[in-house]
Design a binder for this molecule. Structure first.
Ligand code: ADP
Ligand code: MG
Length: 289
């Protein structure tokens, strides 16, 4: 009967860490034609590491100290990585005054009376000139799938810090599985176009980059015009996107997953649980027909 097949799927899912908030979610998941994934913390581990420090006109330790001072007040994964590197290199710094986050761009603050900005190069070029050498350094780091944070001090580019956040081990296989099931997969990210392309190409999926938070919502509305779209994100930063999609699935480890705005969750941070959830939903609906 109808309720029995759905109830069985709900409890089978729950045993594997695939949570769905009721039968309607199973019906919608079974119809999914496209899955949109957040990048940071969803397709990638969300634990970026500093890979390169490019100092321009001062030494690398000073660039790292300036960046760490401004990032000290930020909870962004990139900020944690900069602070971790400063600790590892025993670089001393005092947290910046007037520190403020600029959503989707970076952070600013005052260090010894100087205004410091740390963030995306595309939002930095209006704050300081980039010469050809700096532009090409940014380009080659981003083409290697790294995210670059420009460090600007009072209108001068002081250096570049490159960070890499590795894709989760099962991400490429999960994209191949979705493809085999006839489901499109796309990455929606605030990161820059070159970094996003390098990661999306490695995973074999589509992508849209340089999206501000409301840009993800707009992208989902557009993608949802022709098909049922499932959004998979961390559930905290991506609440508006999860709510805007036909079905929103939060991904995270255990109890810290924010389920309020999501229709369901995969609790073990496995990308491969996304095709598994769609298969389960399809099987349940097939048993009804
Ligand atoms: P994502 O979709 O990758 O989670 P966000 O919206 O968090 O992107 O940020 C977009 C971009 O803004 C990042 O890729 C980065 O370039 C820049 N950015 C945001 N916060 C910070 C920060 N604290 N330090 C350095 N760069 C940052
Ligand atoms: Mg994010």
């Amino acid at each position: 009967s109808v309720p029995a097949a759905i109830a069985a799927a709900l409890s089978a899912g729950a045993r594997q860490g695939l949570l769905m908030k009721g039968g309607v979610v199973i019906e919608t998941a079974a119809r999914t034609g496209l899955v949109a994934f957040d990048k940071t913390g969803t397709l990638t581990r969300g634990r970026p590491r500093v890979t390169d420090i490019v100092a321009l006109g001062r030494d690398g330790r000073e660039v790292l100290a300036l960046a760490a001072a401004v990032e000290a007040g930020s909870a962004h994964p990139l900020a944690e990585a900069v602070l971790e590197r400063a600790r590892a290199d025993a670089v001393a710094f005092v947290p910046a005054a007037e520190a403020a986050a600029l959503a989707g761009q970076g952070v600013t603050g005052k260090v010894d009376g100087r205004t410091v900005f740390v963030g995306a190069p595309r939002h930095a070029t209006s704050r300081a000139p980039f010469d050809r050498g700096a532009d090409s350094a940014v380009e080659s780091l981003e083409s290697a799938g790294k995210t670059v944070a420009a460090v600007i001090v009072d209108g001068t580019l002081a250096g570049l810090i490159a960070l890499r956040d590795e894709p989760r081990e099962d991400a490429a296989a999960a994209m191949a599985e979705l493809r085999a099931m006839g489901v499109r997969a796309t990455m929606l990210t605030g990161d820059n176009a070159r970094t996003a392309a390098a990661i999306a190409d490695a995973l074999g999926m589509e992508h849209q980059a340089e999206l501000m938070p409301d840009g993800k919502v707009a992208a989902l509305k557009q993608l949802g015009a022709g098909t049922t779209v499932m959004m998979v994100g961390d559930g905290i930063n991506d609440a508006p996107a999860l709510a805007a999609a036909g079905i929103g699935i939060a991904m995270g480890s255990g109890t810290d997953v924010a389920l309020e705005t999501a229709d369901g969750a995969v609790l073990k941070s496995r990308v491969s649980d996304v095709p598994a959830l769609i298969r389960l939903a399809r099987a349940a609906m097939g048993n009804i027909r």
